[in-house]
Design a protein around this ligand. Structure first.
Ligand code: 8DG
Ligand code: CA
Ligand code: CA
Length: 346
């Protein structure tokens, strides 16, 4: 989730809370910005996670935070973040962020990590070699990986969000094309689109086929690559960033449309609904649901829900024929996808 801050300088928060009604938007943006800095510039995953968690926590509050001390009552916000909130409330800014924004090296690293395929380590190495801008990066094109070259080529397009109607259209075209290709294929667009968002960062396509079931270790050879080649030949996909047995990451477009990031995953036919639940997210909802499952004595992941036995090892996967089944096992009320910002436990 590292490539989502919008263009221009300074970079905006990458994982800005997508929902409206955030009463603490400034504070959550500030915390997201700190999270991005720790993730991309200092490569401190632990701190990045802590800030991200805090950003989500304040974004989800139904009241406006009036002091850092008050904020520390929110789980996930400690004393240090509380102090930052106080500084921000008092001055409308944060010295630390100002320093980061005025630092040439940090700014350059942040910029480069916005290119698909460039992580914090690669970005730092490039900056150490003198790269400061996208123009500089273009001059080193021959040293970039294929995925990085694609990321650079579509830098601005990948930062734009995809309007929902365009995904509607893409879905219809893919469904039509894939039905022609093999009418046993089932396809569902998951991610933020399935959660009803008006725009998405990418298109998450989940696929299953009766020829791939959970007793098989992998899908039949070339199942995904053949399908990808077909979509390439149809012009619905244009570039490949990475391709494995079960996961494709690349670029697609509607006819005459802009280049968009597209992910495709194949899940075993008999594990489809656990896959749908997982790839619909949100990621916070998934985390909370997994934690709830643990507390109830189950393990839940993208493939299965399994009861944990008395010796602590997971048993056989439970029968699942729709998403509701999973909620039922966990004694949760079913949540429609558009409410899955977080888990409701009543
Ligand atoms: P967006 O693309 O519009 O920003 O939102 P999204 O559709 O919710 O995010 P995504 O990164 O495309 O991920 C799709 C779903 O995959 C997400 O909703 C839940 C699931 N997922 C997790 N954890 C992770 C993770 O670490 N990386 C990715 N790529 N997906 C994850 O639960
Ligand atoms: Ca997505
Ligand atoms: Ca995705």
């Amino acid at each position: 989730m590292s490539k989502r801050n919008s263009g221009g300088s300074p970079p905006k928060a990458k994982r800005k809370a997508p929902d409206t009604g955030n009463k603490n938007e400034d504070i959550s943006n500030m915390l997201s910005q700190l999270s991005d800095y720790e993730k991309n510039v200092t490569n401190n995953v632990f701190k990045a996670k802590a800030y991200k968690k805090a950003a989500h926590a304040v974004a989800g509050l139904d009241y406006k935070i009036s002091s850092g001390k008050e904020a520390t009552r929110v789980p996930g916000i400690g004393k240090k973040i509380g102090e930052k909130i106080d500084e921000f409330l008092a001055t409308g800014k944060l010295k630390k962020i100002e320093r980061i924004e005025n630092d040439e090296i940090s700014t350059a690293i942040s910029l480069l990590t916005r290119v698909n395929g460039i992580g914090p380590v690669a970005a730092r190495a490039m900056v150490e070699k003198g790269v400061r801008s996208l123009d500089d990066l273009r001059k080193t094109k021959d040293t970039l990986t294929h995925a990085q070259q694609i990321g650079l080529k579509y830098f601005h397009e990948f930062e734009e969000r995809i309007p929902r109607p365009e995904i509607d259209q893409y879905k219809e075209l893919c469904t039509k094309a894939l039905t022609k290709y093999d009418d046993s294929i089932q396809l569902k667009i998951c991610g933020s689109y399935r959660r009803g968002k008006e725009s998405s960062f990418d298109v998450d396509i989940l696929i299953c086929h009766p020829g791939f079931v959970s007793s098989m270790k992998n899908p039949p050879k070339n199942m995904l690559s053949d399908l990808v080649n077909f979509l390439l030949s149809e012009g619905l996909l244009t570039d490949t960033l990475s391709l494995g047995n079960v996961k494709f990451m690349g670029v697609g477009r509607v006819p005459e449309g802009k280049a968009r990031r597209v992910d495709i995953r194949i899940v075993p036919h008999d594990r489809y609904w656990c896959g749908v639940l997982y790839f619909t997210g949100s990621d916070v909802f998934n985390q909370e649901m997994r934690a709830h499952a643990q507390a109830k004595g189950f393990t839940l992941n993208e493939y299965s829900i399994r009861p944990i036995g008395t010796l602590g090892s997971p048993g056989e996967p439970l029968e699942v024929s729709c998403e509701e089944d999973i909620f039922d096992y966990l004694e949760l009320t079913y949540q429609e996808p558009n409410t899955r910002t977080k888990l409701s436990v009543t």
